[in-house]
Design a protein around this ligand. Structure first.
Ligand SMILES: Nc1nc2c(ncn2[C@@H]2O[C@H](COP(=O)(O)OP(=O)(O)OP(=O)(O)O)[C@@H](O)[C@H]2O)c(=O)[nH]1
Ligand SMILES: [Mg+2]
Length: 314
């Protein structure tokens, strides 16, 4: 009997960093728990390790290891490399607001990476400058801090690959973007990324975003730089609205798979895809904003996009 490999696809993401770096908050934000600010406010330091896992689409399970960062726990991990075996991606969060702890944080990272060296970890190490709240986005001071830490990490760990993100729980999308980065790699979603970027360029879309039914962004492209606030206002709220819209259609058993909204010379268009592989159905959405004159051509192109989704998820 053959076992469908996809049915048992599990991945392990380790989330580490000093205490108070915001690891648990980020994970809660990621799960987009309703009213998560309230929950985060009452969050207690993590005792040792908090395991959680979520299903990504119908065929993958992502296991998150939230490694409580207090000193007593750090000591335990450092002397027990077993915790880190079979890690697909390590995320390391640094509290960018807490200058006093930078040195300690870079040192702990170095200790962890020594474990990963022994384990022959070869993926990128993902560093999140966390608590990089929207109000600091244009702060030169914060920019310099991040550059300084980045250079320090790179010079100390020349043998490893890194990817850096600025994240904040005031911008959920910044966290989901950082997580999507590893998921894209693990699930081979590059073909999707290329397809979407082509559409943006070919039709002068202001943006195109592919996301799942739980609002996790799989791929996104923008014509112009989109700042965090604009992103929150335009994209996040639109994703929520569109998901609600399609949920209502589903509840009322209406079979419509796209939605058009006109605003002056631009059209906002979203298309729902149902991709069935075996007896598993995955739902995707592509939302775009494009010149109204191009919308018919785009519809044709998005219909072809189904093939790309099929090739990635069958
Ligand atoms: N301004 C700001 N505060 C944050 C952010 N993320 C977390 N915090 C705050 O930072 C504090 C610590 O957050 P936690 O998520 O508990 O930190 P942790 O890294 O899990 O800590 P340990 O479990 O002890 O390792 C909380 O008071 C959060 O409200 C952020 O993006 N911006
Ligand atoms: Mg915690």
């Amino acid at each position: 009997m053959t076992i469908d490999k996809r049915e048992i696809n599990e991945f392990k993401l380790v989330i580490a960093g000093l205490d108070n770096a915001g690891k648990s908050s980020a994970l809660i934000a990621l799960r987009k728990k309703y009213n998560f600010y309230e929950r985060v406010k009452n969050l207690k330091p993590t005792i040792k390790i908090d395991y959680s896992s979520f299903k990504f689409l119908e065929t993958y399970r992502i296991n998150l290891w939230d490694m409580g960062g207090q000193k007593k726990f750090r000591k335990i991990y450092i002397s027990n490399p077993i915790y880190f075996t079979e890690t697909n991606y390590i995320y390391y969060l640094i509290d960018i607001q807490d200058e006093i702890k930078f040195e300690k944080s870079v040192k702990y990272l170095h200790d962890l990476l020594n474990i990963y060296r022994d384990l022959d970890y070869s993926n990128e190490v993902i560093i999140c400058f966390n608590k990089y709240d929207p109000k600091f986005k244009y702060s030169e001071d914060f920019f310099d801090r991040a550059e300084m830490i980045k250079n320090l990490i790179l010079s100390q760990n020349k043998d490893m690959k890194f990817k850096f993100f600025d994240t904040s729980y005031y911008d959920i999308s910044s966290i989901s973007k950082a997580i999507s980065y590893s998921l894209d790699k693990l699930l081979n979603l590059e073909v999707i990324d290329i397809g979407l970027s082509k559409i943006v360029n070919q039709f002068s879309c202001s943006y195109a975003i592919l996301y799942t039914a739980s609002g996790l962004i799989i791929s996104d492209h923008y014509m112009d730089v989109m700042d965090i606030r604009a992103f929150e206002e335009k994209i996040s709220s639109r994703i929520n609205e569109d998901l609600e819209f399609f949920q209502r259609l589903k509840d009322e058993d209406v079979k419509i798979d796209d939605r058009v909204a006109l605003s002056e010379d631009r059209t906002e268009y979203v298309k729902r895809y149902s991709i069935i592989s075996g007896n598993i159905e995955n739902i995707f959405y592509i939302g775009i904003s494009a010149p109204t004159s191009k919308i018919n051509e785009i519809k044709i192109e998005l219909e072809k996009f189904r093939k790309i989704l099929l090739s990635a998820f069958m």
